[in-house]
Design a protein around this ligand. Sequence first.
Ligand code: CDT
Length: 303
Amino acid sequence: SRTLVAAAAQMGPIALSDTRREVVARLIALLHEAASRGAELVVFPELTLTTFFPRWYMTDPDEIDAFYETEMPGRETLPLFEAAKKLRIGFYLGYAELVVENGVKRRFNTSILVDRDGEFVGKYRKIHLPGWDAPQPDLKSQHLEKYYFEPGDLGFNVFEAFGTRVGMAICNDRRWPETYRVMALRGSEMILVGYNTPDDHTGNFDFDSLTQFHNQLSIQAGAYQNSNWVIATAKAGHEEGSNLIGQSMIVAPSGQIVAMATSTDDEVVVAKCDLDMAALYRKTIFDFARHREPEHYRLIVEN
Ligand code: CDT
């Protein structure tokens, strides 16, 4: 059967003072470990190259711009691309993207997919941006993604790569069933997700105490209901006063967790993914062509 050895390369915290060079050195170490365990594809977290800056309200454009990449690879990220190519390992990398279009700065929470030959495969820009577009005085922890990014404009595409069809999503996207379903309808067999999830993200203790459960629930349901492998990777640990959950995991199309990180630090989890498992579920309980009833779903796409 068709198989792909995939890895979730979880990262522990990144301090505000950490440089891109230091972060890239950690990413390369994770690549080496993943390669030594046979991985062909490595999934890094969301906003992998810096601390999770949307927790702060900044107004100085130079201070803000310093968190974004204007080219990929750039001078500081090139060594990661070179190391991956040498190891013959593909990767998903999340980063803050700044593009200038018609003289206007546009900012996205982005991921890219690179194949085992070092070739660019595809780009995704986060669609479901959580949090707020201005600081919230009554919240203890701020989450200002709607201030720092605009919603992605590339849709949920699926890319032919690694002998399968791969989709990408970023963090909060994993909680929305539509994310997985659109890609599954486009034939994805594997969905890659990076995330940064603070354990106090709603500000309501009843919800926040279930943060890890909701992480698993969303990813396992997304995998099962859409017959996809999901490789989900956290940036985790105590980062600049915020506690980010770990639980980086590889989930099969059955919804079963095949591998999960046990720490909140840099850690690689690896699994041999049977890609035909995705096809099996699609031929049976989730044979979309036979069983879906889209005329009853119209409300979902109305504003
Ligand atoms: N990065 C990200 O999307 N995090 C959200 C939690 C914050 S919601 C204010 C998540 O869904 O995990």
